[in-house]
Design a protein around this ligand. Sequence first.
Ligand code: PLP
Length: 374
Amino acid sequence: MKNKIWLSSPHIGENEFKNVKDVFESNWIAPLGPFVDEFENKLSKYCNTEVAALNSGTSALHLALILHGIKKDDIVLCQSFTFSATVNPIIYQNAIPVFIDSENETWNMCPNALETAIIKYIKINKKPKLIIPVHLYGMPAKMNEIIYLSNKYDIPILEDAAEALGSKYFDKPCGSFGNMAILSFNGNKIITTSGGGALLCKDKNVIKKAKYLSTQARDEAPYYQHSEIGYNYRLSNVLAAIGVGQLDVLENHVNSRRENFSFYEKHFEPYNFISTLAELDGFFSNRWLSCILVNPNNEKKITSEQIRLKLEDENIESRPLWKPMHLQPIFKQYDFIGNNICKTLFETGLCLPSGSNLEITHLNRVFETIKSIL
Ligand SMILES: *Cc1c(COP(=O)(O)O)cnc(C)c1O
């Protein structure tokens, strides 16, 4: 059996190991410490926001909803084409997600569908409380259009930038546009702390409150006193030590992933039934995952699923695109606004191996394997 080629594996270096050794030697094994501070400061500079380092992207989303005052029966407009972690915290708050379709140019929240949804819910006196666009696979959403609607109807934006650290929209980092934003450092993301996340916001006081809520909402007193419900959501100093090392190689990871994408783009060019997602003017994707769309109306009736199975035979991991949330059994009772563009993306798309540690021999093996059935 040939060596396994993974979809997106962690890529860790000597510096991360050295930092973790530091942590052991200094005995800062706790959900606070110098590396948590340093990680926050570095992220803060990079994203141009204040930052709270947390133990996952999901807990960052949960705190963001709490800080926006999202509660029972509130309407939250959420991109349907995403990972379930975007939606689960809406349910934790007993609020109601309304799923918004994607457009074909970025695969993210369609501004037209968004406005249709806003108007629909304002009409029945249930004005939505929050808009959650996602920069899926690292491609920025059409933020100008979404911000325009956010201002027009006075509904704040929470950006899910879990997959988009290193991506830019008109030279500004993804995660710096919303009223708040979140990042993830899970094992397969562009940089990782094994598990981790961050909440971003320009307002210092909001981040202060997030840190307080994430450490069990302790009042200022020598004993443990609580006036609010708290959470245990802070990032460990051990993991922040890995994160500090990873931030130093973020640019390299982005470059490698973009090179992977260019490789696939160039090699699939001759096949007119296979397409990739181009960047619009002003859009800069970290190309977290390289994806292809396979139009099944081709001579040999090749589908993305046949390609996935062929790759699997050769010990190469690939994956269908995210299954939209409005098609998930657990979320099927919720409203969906749009034309099912994201359903077609799901049915015809495939994520190819995209790690920043892939070598050209790996990429060639992926391409040759696919080519053998085209
Ligand atoms: C990974 C991811 C999350 C959740 O992050 P975790 O750190 O795994 O909790 C949220 N949204 C999207 C779009 C993601 O890809």
